[in-house]
Design a protein around this ligand. Structure first.
Ligand code: ADP
Ligand code: MG
Ligand code: ZN
Length: 639
């Protein structure tokens, strides 16, 4: 400890003590000093309510105050003589009948107990000063001390908890290869340096939430034989300005010291957002943090063996300076898995679950188009919960089916009170969707129709594509609109009235139509111009660009959307009128059985007898897919 640092603290302590003494004095009343004769006069006049001797000081409390003060003092020359005199005085007063009784135990000496209150107070003060000194100094030696850690990046070293390796990450072969390269480089830099190849400074993992970015980074930590520092973007933030920047500095210092090392910043969008984008002033703290990050990423040379790995699901909002070559110069896109990857992910997560023989993960993978890794892990977990709830030792296909529907549409509500009238409306509505979709060549086949309420929906028509295609064509979009309108059109045609049940369908159809016209340039009169595109609007950044078209275009756009919707409505009406007989058959079937499988639906549409089968399991549709391909393809052929 340096003397220079102790002196101010010592001065501070002295000042505290002085202040304390001053305060103590202020609150102790000063008493009036009396002569011996005056003191005796008060006693003889019976003007004393209380009397004490401390050492040789006689303290008295008077009944009638002197100079406005009830506390008086006299310094005794001979305290013992005084007590003797007092006993005589009181005895005389008792004799005269003035004083009826007295109990007189003289307090001659200063009591030790009188010391307790001041000692306590001094003790408390010393304790306070001690704590203060400890906060200031003791912590310096101790790295866990709270005062020391404000500017420190509390990065986690390596894989915390269970070690994850590339084995635990299913699928994602290319992504793994890309990251394996990084691990290789850190372990053997010479191999790349020999031919003059430079390894990237930073690698950004981007992609939708739940696709396994964090998992992949943790796997890198498990694979790499180097120091791995991980931190989340929000960990840089604190109430105090400047802390974020100093944490960044500290993080890179730590990494440089430990090099070769990997730094992983999860959810980097928390700090890496575009600068100066807030309305009415930026976010100073975040900007400082980001600036520091930019500086640090430039600051270390490639030979230092530090690589920054970051993950985000919003690469579009990151500051362009962060993405330029030299910083995050490589982006690895982690996408939604395809069916074989889904199967692999399911296998990874099924390892610690008990599955019975009926479970076929390949079928589940086929039926779960669009699910991310997180969704799939959740699906298996939900299914396991369902099985456990019914005390079954293993989960079966039925559990997975129920779990999938629950994840997608909410839990089944069989016990909800349903009026016959509502059931009829729902049945007609859903049958309308199904029949319309069947007749549309590019529409995904219908897998199940149900009028059992789930979540917020009163009934559902499930469709699921056979193969996963990444393009959406104009014709497909148009036919999606027609299919969505099926419910409303059926109500109009066969119930002579329309209900609110179609509101969600209409919202979705209108949004599709609006996107076709304004965003994808799919209308004739507006041409190939994107008016409303570019993803969601950012308040601030694109404020002035919220409307980049004229009122005239807006009018045309509305007309185009309306025309498109009208055309789809007309198309749908034609389909349903032509197939009204089959639609009624489906309605009757639904009112009786509540659920119709895709297979039964196709049989009905083809005029074949409807077979009884396990109608409630959606996966059956996919299990049959390979053997029964032509039946399924029925939906795809134009009739
Ligand atoms: P994010 O991309 O949002 O960071 P995570 O990495 O946190 O997603 O993934 C969430 C969970 O999903 C993981 O903990 C894991 O259980 C599961 N998961 C995602 N992708 C995979 C995969 N490829 N293999 C195995 N599990 C995965
Ligand atoms: Mg994540
Ligand atoms: Zn509907």
């Amino acid at each position: 400890m340096k003397l220079r640092k102790i002196i101010p603290v010592f001065l501070y302590a002295v000042a505290l003590v002085v202040l304390f003494i001053f305060l103590l004095n202020m609150f102790t009343p000063t008493s009036v000093k009396l002569t011996y004769a005056q003191a005796m006069a008060h006693i003889e006049n019976q003007n004393v309510s209380d009397l004490q001797i401390r050492g040789n000081v006689l303290n008295m409390t008077l009944v009638q105050p002197v100079e406005g003060n009830k506390k008086v003092q006299h310094e005794l020359a001979d305290p013992d003589g005084f007590w003797q005199k007092m006993e005589d005085t009181f005895a005389a007063q008792k004799e005269a009948g003035v004083l009826t009784d007295y109990d007189f135990t003289p307090q001659r000496a200063f009591s030790v107990y009188d010391l307790i209150p001041p000692l306590l107070i001094v003790g408390l003060i010393l304790l306070g000063i001690g704590m203060f000194l400890w906060m200031l100094f003791a912590g310096k030696a101790n790295n866990n001390h709270p005062l020391n850690n404000f500017g420190k990046a509390n990065a986690q070293l390596g894989h915390n908890g269970k070690k994850v390796t590339f084995q635990d990450v299913a699928g994602m072969e290319e992504e793994k290869k890309e990251l394996q390269e990084v691990v290789d480089f850190l372990c053997d830099p010479g191999k790349y340096a020999k031919i003059g190849a430079k390894i990237p400074h930073g690698i950004l993992l981007s992609g939708p939430p739940g696709t396994g970015k964090t998992l992949l980074a943790r796997a890198v930590a498990g694979e790499a034989d180097v120091v791995f520092l991980s931190l989340s973007g929000s960990d840089f933030m604190e109430m105090y300005v400047g802390v974020g920047a100093s944490r960044v500095r500290d993080l890179f210092d730590q990494a440089r010291k430990a090099a070769p090392a990997i730094i992983f910043i999860d959810e980097i969008d928390a700090v890496g957002r575009k600068r100066g984008s807030g309305m009415g002033g930026g976010h100073d703290e975040r900007e400082q943090t980001l600036n520091q990050l930019l500086v640090e990423m430039d600051g270390f040379s490639k030979s230092e063996g530090v690589i920054v790995l970051a993950a985000t699901n919003r690469p579009d909002i990151l500051d362009p300076a962060l993405l330029r070559p030299g910083r995050f110069d490589r982006q690895v896109y982690v996408g939604v898995p395809d069916s074989s990857e889904r199967e692999a992910i399911l296998k990874v997560h099924a390892k610690d679950k008990c599955l019975d023989d009926t479970v076929d993960l390949k079928t589940v993978a086929m039926a779960t188009g669009g699910f991310t890794g997180a969704d799939l892990s959740n699906l298996l977990n939900e299914a396991a919960i369902l099985a456990a709830r019914e005390n079954r030792p293993a989960l079966n296909m039925g559990d997975l089916n129920e779990a999938m529907m629950k994840v997608l549409a909410g839990p089944e509500k069989r016990n909800r009170v349903r009026l016959q009238r509502d059931l009829k409306i729902t049945a007609v509505h859903e049958a309308g969707h199904a029949v319309a979709m069947y007749s549309l060549p590019t529409h995904d086949p219908v897998r199940q129709i149900s009028i059992i309420p789930r979540g917020r929906a009163l009934g559902l028509t499930w469709t699921q594509p056979e193969t996963e295609s990444n393009h959406l064509t104009r014709n497909e979009m148009y036919e999606m609109i027609v299919g969505l309108l099926g419910g409303r059109v059926a109500e109009e045609l066969f119930l002579n009235d329309i209900s609110t049940g179609a509101s969600n369908d209409i919202d979705r159809a209108s949004k599709l139509a609006r996107d076709m016209v304004g965003r994808y340039g799919m209308s004739k009169s507006l041409g190939t111009v994107s008016y409303t595109g570019g993803g969601e609007l950012f308040i601030g950044r694109d404020f002035e660009r919220t409307k980049s078209y004229s009122e005239k275009v807006a009018g045309t756009m509305d007309d185009e959307v309306k025309a498109l919707m009208d055309r789809a409505y007309q198309h749908c009406t034609e389909i349903l009128t032509k197939d009204s007989e089959k639609l009624h058959k489906i309605v009757d079937f639904l009112l009786e059985k509540e659920i119709m499988s895709g297979k039964q639906f196709v049989q009905c549409m083809k005029g074949q007898p409807i077979t009884e089968d396990t109608a409630s399991n959606l996966f059956d549709e996919f299990r049959d897919q390979s053997s029964n391909a032509d039946t399924e393809m029925g939906g795809k052929t134009d009739e």
